[in-house]
Ligand binder design. Sequence first.
Ligand code: ME8
Length: 517
Amino acid sequence: MDSFYITTPIYYVNAKPHLGHAYSTIVADSLNRFHKIRGEETFFLTGTDEHGDKIVKAAEANDQSPQEYVDTISQLFRDLWPDLMCENDDFIRTTQPRHVEVVQDILQKVYDKGDIYFGEYGGYYCFGCERFYTEKELVDGKCPDHLTVPEYISEKNYFFKMSKYQDWLRQHILDNPDFIRPERYRNEVLSLLDSGALEDLCISRPKSRLTWGIELPFDKDYVTYVWFDALINYLTALGYPDGEDFKRFWPSANHLVAKDILKPHAIFWPTMLRAADIDVYQHLNVHGYWLVKDTKMSKSLGNVIEPLAMKDTYGINAFRYFLLREMSFGQDSSFSEEALVNRLNADLANDLGNLFNRTLSMTHKYFGGEIPTPEDEEIEDLEIKRVGQQAMKTYQKEYADLRFSRALEGLWELVRGLNKYIDTTAPWTLFKNKEMSRLGTVIYVLLENMRKIAVHLWPVMPEASERMLEQLGIQFDPRKVALRKEPEVWGLLESGITVAKTSNLFPRVELAEPMPP
Ligand code: ME8
């Protein structure tokens, strides 16, 4: 059985979860579900990143000890995911003993190999990024991310010989065109590797400056740099080095991140793995940023989008659909409630909702609610079946390549096609003319295609999909779906079963009045 391992970044616990975190986790969940109904064995990991200066500062600002603080915020993340219908298989915290053990194990391994050395280093340190910058990397003397002036720090530290693996990494990226995807990020990494020699990576912090971290196994006076610690979470959760899950899932490791953490994932992580003699991951999947009115979300601007508020107002199915449909994976996208409401009304209430409502009520009106038995097919039936096949093939191909927006656009060819099919076949006329056998075929073609649409939508809107299937008299079981075969198979819907009277899953919505200032 094929396997599929998907991870999100482990989020810093210095702030509450927002739209950006929700997006990454929803994408990961939807991919996990997609692979599950393709018959693969899947593992979906998320968690929290809990060490480092940033966390200590946030705890202080909150009058809590680091441990108390990380426990509280980590729980907020953990509790959020079920509300967003994200079903992760594990939730990792970097303060867990299982993780500390693996980090120390890998550090020791790389140290014994001679790829970690002790040296003096002076550099511009940004506390926000928790990393040193070279003068060349600063923009007008400031950290390009935080736009703050970093502090010059000179101290003795341990270094990982990252430069040693530069040529190997470059070659690996060239040999595996979809190692980093979409392509723009692959090109970004290649140009970074081509722009000059990689520097070695400072992987320790003296305890005189920071104690909230994992102690180096070979020097008690130092803790591990937070990124060296955090990246290893992807191995810990699988029970590296001997766990069954590690053997089963690591070869199909897919990391999902936004562009802000491209460098640690595309450069630090593969070189670390190589140094520790572990195969590199299969894919690094990189998405863009959600912006609000074309600017970055930030607490100080007061424009942070709260995922729970969106879920409460519009429902989780619609919210997930919007995120996956609206953003072209890899590019930035602007979030607005106007856009959400428009999509919801156009795609869900009008196109999909109407298709369900019209067809279910016709099944009741003409066949007492029972799925009719289809008879000979006519040219319109064959034509819509062809549209359906194409739509499902497009959907599956685009989804597997993370082009969710195009996948859904493709599937909607079928949704809209079916609405047109109702208009052209005019079931009400067939009924008036007592052409019951033709009418039965038309209704069956509609219902069977609706079943197919509902199955394909499970990764995007799990609950709505299950309810649509329920309305068609089907108890959904992900293990029984054979998604790859769906474009070709026909007739899984059983005649004689009673369907629901109406659907009403996607009522039209109005834009909520903005709160007075
Ligand atoms: O970087 N749009 O954690 P973090 C889309 N702990 N996605 C966004 C986003 C936005 N506006 N804002 C945040 C860290 N994200 C490290 C990761 S992994 C070993 C360690 C999402 O809490 C996106 O996935 O800052 C981004 O990469 C991540 O949150 C950063 O989360």
